[in-house]
Every structure is written in C-alpha cells, then in structure tokens.
Write a protein that binds this ligand. Structure first.
Ligand code: ADP
Ligand code: ZN
Length: 688
C-alpha cells in the first residue's frame, strides 16, 4: 500500500520486503545491495510504518537536500539537518521533529553526535539507518573518521534498532561494520551484485581523437540523456570537455580545481538534465542521485575493481539499458603505480591493481570476472559485454613483438613505452636524436604500423609478462626472462588483434531516426521539470516514460496505473502527457476537455486523500476543494461524503440556518473550515 501510494510501484524487488520485515521486527539489520539496487525504499517504508521518526545518517551532505526534495515530492514528510542549511532552517526542522511532524530525518554523522545528547527524551526515534556504512571501516575504500564514533549510538540507545546499508561487499568490511556499531546478532541481507542492464566494454586507448569519436557516438545515440566521462586528471577532463563543446554538445567539467560555485553549477545543470555530458574526475558522482544516466566512459583505467564498479554503477539505476566503456593504456598503469607507491598501503593496493588488470585482459565474459570478484558465480556468459559479443580476434604477433624486444635491448633498456613506439616508428623527435636512438638497428622498423597499433601491442606485452615496467627507474621497459626466450622462438605468439579492438561494438555507428514519441515525451518532461523546479526523472522516471510511450494512456486512471507513477505525480502531470498522446494519435481532444478539474479532485477523494491533502497536492484553496465536492455531490459522482461532513454537522448547519439566517454560512465555515457550507448545502439539496 505504501509502495503503490508513495512510489507508484506494484511489487517489491527481491529482498526489499525481507529487509523491511526485519527492520519492522526491531532487529539490527545489515543490507548489502549494489548501487541502484533499491536500498532507499528499505528504510523509507519502515520509517513511514513506524511510530516516531527514523534517523538516516549519510556522509553525502550535498545529496541530502535532493533526497529530501524527492521524498517530499512523493508526499513523504522528510527533513534534513546539516551544515549547508541555514541554521534558522535547521532549528525549524528540530521544532518540527519535537512536534512529531517528521518521519525521516537525514543528518550527517557529526551533527547527529552533537544533537543526540539533547534529544533523548523529547524525540521518539523508530530506528537509525546508516547509509554508506562501509565508511566506518578502515578496510573499505572510503574511510571516514566521523563514522567510527557512531559506535556511541548503541550505548545511548541500546533498544533502538540500527540498520546499516552499503554497496560494498567484501566480508572484512561487513564484519567491521557489525563490530564497530555494536550490532546485536544482526540480520544480514546480501543481494546479487549483478547489474545485467549495464553493458561492459573495455578497449585500449585509441588516442584523443579516437576517444572523442567514441564519446560523440554515445552522445548521438542518447541525445536527450546524459552520461559521464571519468578522467584521472583535471587536465584531461578539461581537454575532453573542450573538444566536445567544439563539436556542439552540451558539456561541462567537474573537478576539485574549480570553485565551489562552478562545481555546484555543473552539478545542478547535470541533475536537471540540461547537460549531455559531464567530464569529471572521480570526485563527481558521490554527490549525485540521478537514476537515468545512460552511459559512463572511463577515460583511464581505474585503480581497483571496487571503484570501477561503483562508478559504472551510477549508470542505469532505473534498470533500463546503459552503456559503459573503459579506455586503458600503459600510462594509466604507470600513473596508478605512482599513486600506489605513495599510498602507504602498497601491498593491498598493488593486489587490487592486479585484479583490475586481469579484468581488462580477460579473455572470458567480463561480467563473470566482475562477479567472481564479489564472490558471486554467474551461471553463464552474460551476452552483454564486449568479450561475449565480440570475442577478440587473435593474430600471430611474433614479428612485431620481436622488433619491440630488440629495440628495448638495443637501447640498453633506456626507453619507456611511448618512446619505444617513437623509435619503432622512426620519429625524428629531438629527444630521440639527442640520445642517439636513431642509430639503433630497429629504428623505424615498425613504420608500417600505426601509433595506436604499437601501443596496443606493447600493452599486451606488459600484460602477458613479456616485458616489465621499472617503476623505480623512470618507468623504463625491461625484458623479462620469458621475453628473452621469445627472441629465438619461432612458435606463433597469439595476441588480440589491435585493429579489431578499435572496431569493438562500442565504436559502432549509431543511426538516429526522426524524433519518436519517446523523444517528444522527454522534451515535454524537460519543460515540466523546469516549471516544477524538479529534476526530470522526479517528474516521471525513465522507465515510466517508456511505458507511457508504449501504452499511450488516454485518461487519468490509465496514466495513474503506470508502474512508477504515484497518485500525486499522476494528478500533477497527467494532462500535458495525455495531451501529447492525443496529438500523436491525431485524436480530437474533446474527451480530454470533458475531464474537468473536479474530476482530478474526485480521483484523489476516491484514493482516500483528505481535503487538506488534496488542496496541498493540487495547490488550490481548501474552499475550492469543498466547491468541487459540492459539485460532485450534485452530479451524484461522490456518495461517500460522510468522510468529509458528518450527519451531525449537516444537522447543525440546518439549525444554524434557521436561527441565524444571515450569518449561518460564515459561522459554520468558521467552525469547520472555509467553504464547508457548500458541501452541507449539496448534501441537503440532494439527500434529504
Ligand atoms: P540504491 O540506494 O540502492 O543505490 P535506490 O534506492 O536509489 O538505489 O533505487 C534505485 C532505483 O530503483 C530508483 O530509481 C528507485 O525508484 C527504483 N526502485 C526501487 N525499488 C523499486 C521497486 N520495487 N520497483 C521498481 N523500481 C524500484
Ligand atoms: Zn559477458
């Protein structure tokens, strides 16, 4: 009932109901679900069903205001207290909390620890939900010292259930969470980390121009949607952004080097659906809650699988297909190695990098590799990754590999990957000449092959252990014993064909037809978003929008029956969408015009909303609602009116009319609500 009324969904996803039941039974509960798995509902619904207010602890202050806005838009009494809000507003929220008017309070950990001392008596707390709970653990990838102090919660309120939610799966972190929060035999729910709607694609970096081409094609395939390009450095975020703008796309940058204002501005435009692309360092994403991101590009190889999975997980949270592409190169590995050697946790981080490299090189279904990393087993190949769809063609690369090996050895192992390519291709760069590298025998021996081709061969040589990078010696390449053994070998050496790698599925040309109904509906949604001040997917989610395009609802009832559209949204937005559908079908809209404002009121009355709720939802005066009700009673459309006015009130009104013929209406309205006398009149005239 809550699911339908507040969210417009007809069924729970796997595990959601189990989690809700556990929390409602008062048990401490740990929930592990991937990003987009649907964690929010598992604490929001118990909050609505319980007496008192649920506290939601989250480290993402920038997100809180958004989440609260989304909840309020769904008619859920939520609020937030945090340092970015004006203090006066925080105090008003506290007042509302004391009066029991808040069902969900979002708060940062440090603020909760400050406030909790004062609350204990005045506030009834139903339970505490700790979102992003992995932040409590030093084992996790996002440790936050403030979180460790949340252990105090159980001491102060031993009987209040605690719920810990996270998208990070590993066992160490999980146990750490339970221990640090002093949870008492918590119920544990682990849902599958599989996100089958995300396509997984990995390809060697084809150079700036090539990358821009791939990104452009993604934008052209999703012109009314948005995507993210993640880069390792601010500089590359800037340069890709500049290229995309040059091509006429709406793009912006986001990184820590910008002022807080311009970051907020970029984030706002992205959230509102006004950007096709945002080029960002990984700093971007923690602070966004957008369910309809349709693609993610990694300009560089991420340092570990956890971050990679979390970042691609930001796409397609609404469950619709989303594409992900990762570019990787030798210099990525070098950069990451540098970070690792400065990280103080070299061993763990290097192991994590190795797992990442394995994923990138994988000759088998990538989803299988990913899931096995999270200790899950995929029963079969996914059919939605580049390896499944386009198994890499192999070539015998013995000759180019021997040329490269020889060049490395003849240079006295003094070159890095880029310079090696320059030598092989016979570049006349000053650096090459001054070092005398143009005199070695293999100089120019690989002129016939492109720069990207050589990059890919050398990358594969590193990945397969033919050469190594000397990180402690200027990232020069050295030949391994295995590499040396190849020098006199005549066995074929099979590597992935670099030509084919660039032709991977991700780079295929997308063909665009003329705007479909869905495109027009998206356009319309953007306009409604601007008017309502909400991000587009709060107006109507992408899956719901697709259903509208498919089922073409022509009445309010049909519109409200769509999965993902709740009553409030239905009443607010059905008319413009249905109008567009009439236009699409070239139908005269007389039927639409016959549906008057009073019928919207009737719709809400039939769903048991109170007069005050209806006035608020429809932004009309209470008097107007009473007028509608009176009219509906006259038309015999609303017979259930004792919910609005009791028999006793009707009798009282009749008596007043006799005793004070001039002032009866006013007196009655003053007692019971502006405009109620109209309802009384309608009842008397039709039912006595
Ligand atoms: P998480 O917090 O786990 O990353 P969310 O709670 O934000 O995920 O949910 C992701 C998306 O799935 C949201 O768009 C949400 O509205 C949708 N969703 C959640 N539960 C359901 C459900 N039972 N049916 C349909 N959609 C759902
Ligand atoms: Zn696959």
């Amino acid at each position: 009932m809550f699911l339908r009324r507040f969210y417009g969904y007809t069924s729970f996803r796997p595990m959601q109901l189990d989690v809700i039941t556990s929390v409602m039974s008062g048990r401490d509960t740990i929930v592990l679900m991937p990003t987009g798995g649907g964690k929010s509902i598992t604490f929001q619904i118990p909050a609505l069903m319980s007496e008192g207010c649920a506290i939601v602890v989250s480290p993402l202050i920038s997100l809180m205001a958004d989440q609260v806005a989304a909840l309020r838009a769904n008619g859920i009494p939520a609020a937030t207290i945090n340092s970015t809000m004006p203090e006066a507003e925080n105090r008003a929220t506290l007042d509302a909390l004391y009066q029991g008017k808040v069902k969900l309070l979002y708060i940062s950990p440090e603020r909760l620890l400050v406030e909790m001392g004062r609350w204990s008596r005045d506030v009834k707390i139903s339970f505490i939900a700790i979102d992003e709970a992995h932040c409590i653990s030093r084992w996790g990838h996002d440790f936050r010292p403030d979180y460790t102090r949340l252990g105090a919660l159980k001491q102060q309120w031993p009987s209040i259930p605690i719920m810990a939610l996270t998208a990070t799966a590993d066992k160490l972190t999980r146990e750490d969470i339970a221990r640090q929060l002093s949870l008492s035999s918590p119920a544990l729910f682990v849902s599958s980390f599989d996100r089958p709607n995300l396509s997984l694609n990995v390809m060697p970096n084809p150079g700036l121009k090539g990358r821009i081409n791939v990104i452009s094609r993604l934008i052209e395939a999703h012109p009314y949607d948005s995507g993210i390009v993640y880069t390792l450095t601010r500089k590359s975020a800037e340069s890709i952004n500049a290229e995309l703008i040059k091509k006429g796309f709406s793009s912006a940058v986001y990184h820590a080097g910008l002022s807080a204002d311009s970051r907020m501005e970029a984030q706002r435009r992205f959230r509102e659906g006004k950007l096709q692309v945002i080029c960002a360092t990984v700093a971007f994403g923690m602070g966004i809650d957008k369910s309809n991101i349709r693609w993610i590009v990694h300009n560089n190889m991420p340092p570990n699988i956890e971050s990679y999975y979390q970042e691609i997980g930001r796409a397609g949270r609404d469950g619709l297909p989303a594409e992900t592409i990762m570019f990787h190169s030798v210099s990525d590995i070098i950069t990451i190695e540098k970070f690792i050697s400065e990280s103080g946790q070299e061993e763990i981080n290097r192991e994590k990098l190795n797992r990442m490299k394995e994923y990138v090189e994988s000759p088998v279904c990538r989803r299988r590799v990913l899931l096995s990393y999270f200790n899950e087993h995929a029963p079969c190949d996914c059919g939605n990754c580049d390896v499944c769809l386009n198994p890499p063609a192999k070539i015998n690369a013995l000759i180019p590999v021997k040329k490269a090996l020889s060049a490395i050895i003849r240079s006295g192992s003094s070159v890095g990957a880029n310079m090696l390519v320059d030598v092989l291709r016979g570049s006349v760069k000053a650096d090459i000449i001054s070092r005398g590298l143009h005199r070695i025998k293999t100089y120019g021996a690989g002129r016939d092959l492109s720069y990207g081709y050589w990059q890919s061969i050398i990358l594969q040589m590193i990945q397969t252990g033919i050469v190594e990078i000397a990180y402690d010696n200027g990232n020069r390449l050295t030949v391994t014993p295995y590499g040396r053994s190849l020098l006199d070998s005549n066995e074929p050496l099979m590597l992935a064909d670099p030509e084919m790698l660039y032709e991977s599925r991700a780079a295929k040309k997308f063909v665009r037809e003329k705007p479909s109904l869905l495109d027009k509906l998206k356009q319309l949604r953007s306009e409604l978003a601007v008017k309502s001040g909400w991000p587009p997917e709060y107006v109507v989610s992408d899956p719901a929008l697709e259903t509208i395009a498919k089922t073409m609802p022509r009445t309010l009832d049909q519109f409200a029956a769509i999965e993902g559209i709740n009553d409030i949204r239905a009443v607010m937005f059905w008319r413009p969408f249905v109008k567009q559908i009439y236009k699409e079908l070239s139908l005269p809209d007389s039927q639409l015009k016959a549906h008057k404002s009073i019928h919207d009121t009737l719709f809400l009355l039939n769903r048991q909303y109170s007069v005050a709720d209806i006035a608020r939802i429809r932004s009309i005066k209470q008097t107007t609602v009473y007028n509608h009700i009176a009219e509906l009673i006259y038309d015999n459309l609303f017979t259930d009116f004792d919910r609005v006015i009791s028999d006793k009130q009707v009798e009282e009104f009749m008596t007043l009319r006799i005793t004070y013929p001039h002032d009866a209406y006013d007196m009655f309205d003053k007692r019971y609500g502006d405009g109620l006398h109209n309802v009384a009149l309608a009842v008397i005239n039709t039912h006595s």
